[in-house]
Design a protein around this ligand. Structure first.
Ligand code: ZN
Length: 143
């Protein structure tokens, strides 16, 4: 597939997952910062500042299903971060849903990257929660 095709599959999949989150968690929207600048052997990465990065050169060689799975995989990390944050932070009107300072302060309590919460989210997205597949050596802050 072309880089454009690949980017479109990723975007469509992320939109599908966001819709599922809307239905299940009543989330209005999740603003992701999508980038295609990842290089090397990792297919994707998710960051707590809502950045998701994809390795287009690597992904355009994969099947559509694999590309979708990588997109859902990274989105699931964002979901876990956000749900953890919501359950650990008393919300006020003024407070942003996603508070970087709170994350840094309580970083040690963040659920493990491919733990129960993440696996449940992958099921919700309709994927088998495979932690790593053949080309996904996703980089995470913690393992
Ligand atoms: Zn991962």
């Amino acid at each position: 597939m072309t880089p454009l095709d690949c980017g479109n599959i990723i975007k469509t999949e992320l939109r599908r997952c966001a819709k599922i989150c809307h239905e299940h968690f009543s989330w209005a929207s999740i603003k992701l910062d999508i980038r295609y600048d990842l290089r090397g052997t990792a297919a994707g990465s998710a960051h707590k500042d809502r950045r998701v990065r994809f390795n287009l050169l690597l992904l355009m060689e994969q099947t559509i299903h694999d590309v979708q799975q990588v997109a859902a995989h990274e989105f699931a990390h964002i979901v876990v971060y956000r749900r953890w944050h919501e359950s650990h932070t008393p919300r006020t009107i003024e407070q942003p849903v996603y508070d970087e300072a709170a994350f840094v302060a309580a970083a040690d309590d963040i659920p493990s990257p491919h733990g129960q919460e993440w696996r449940r989210t992958m099921h919700l997205f309709g994927f088998y929660p495979q932690r790593c597949h053949k080309f996904d050596i996703t980089k995470h802050r913690r393992r």
